[in-house]
Design a protein around this ligand. Structure first.
Ligand code: NI
Length: 178
C-alpha cells in the first residue's frame, strides 16, 4: 500500500535544506517512502524528490516518457535514485522549459548542461554510475537540485524566462502551428 503525500510548496523551508544521505536503504521506512514518492508523482510528472514531500533525505524518483508538454521525451520506467553524486557534466548548455510540483502555475526556460555522469544507489542497494544526456539528464539535474536546497528558479538567467502555465500553453500551441 502506498500513500499520496502532500507536496511542499515554494516558501516551505524544507525545499531549501540540503537533504541528508540515506543510511539504511533496506529499512522499510525508506522503501515505503520510495513507493509513496512514485504514487505521489502520478502519471503526468517526470520526477519528484523526497524534500518535496517533507522528507529531507537524498531520495528522488525519475520517470521519463512523452507527455503532452514534452512529446519528444524518452521512455524510462520510474526508478529510484538514492544518495546521488554528480561526478561531471559535459556538452553545451541548452535551454528547455521546466515546471515543478512545488511551484504550481509557472514554467521557466532553464539552462542546463547537456550531459551528466551520476553515481547513485538503486533501491536494491546496487551502486551504479550512469552517463545520460539530453532530456533525461535535465530531469535528473532538476531533481538533484531539490536534494541540495535548490529549485529551477535559481537557475534562470532572467526573470523574463519565467512564465505562467497559461502563457506556456499558449506559447506551446503557437510553436506547434509554426
Ligand atoms: Ni521540482
Amino acid at each position: 500500500m502506498s500513500n499520496i503525500l502532500q507536496i511542499a510548496q515554494l516558501g516551505n523551508p524544507v525545499l531549501r535544506e540540503v537533504a541528508q544521505p540515506v543510511e539504511l536503504l533496506a529499512d522499510h521506512t525508506v522503501q515505503e517512502l520510495i513507493d509513496d514518492l512514485i504514487a505521489t508523482m502520478g502519471v503526468g510528472n517526470l520526477g519528484i524528490a523526497a524534500p518535496q514531500v517533507n522528507h529531507s533525505l537524498q531520495v528522488m524518483i525519475i520517470a521519463c516518457k512523452p507527455t503532452q508538454n514534452y512529446p519528444d521525451a524518452p521512455i524510462r520506467e520510474p526508478f529510484a535514485v538514492i544518495n546521488p553524486v554528480l561526478l561531471s557534466t559535459h556538452g553545451d548548455t541548452f535551454f528547455e522549459w521546466e515546471g515543478c510540483l512545488s511551484i504550481p502555475g509557472f514554467r521557466g526556460h532553464v539552462p542546463r548542461p547537456f550531459g551528466i555522469t551520476l553515481q547513485y544507489l538503486r533501491r536494491d542497494g546496487e551502486e551504479v554510475t550512469e552517463t545520460v544526456e539530453g532530456f533525461l539528464a535535465r530531469v535528473i539535474q532538476h531533481e538533484y537540485d531539490h536534494l541540495h536546497g535548490r529549485v529551477y528558479l535559481d537557475r534562470l538567467e532572467s526573470m523574463l524566462d519565467l512564465v505562467t502555465e497559461q502563457e506556456f500553453q499558449r506559447l506551446r500551441r503557437e510553436d506547434m502551428t509554426r
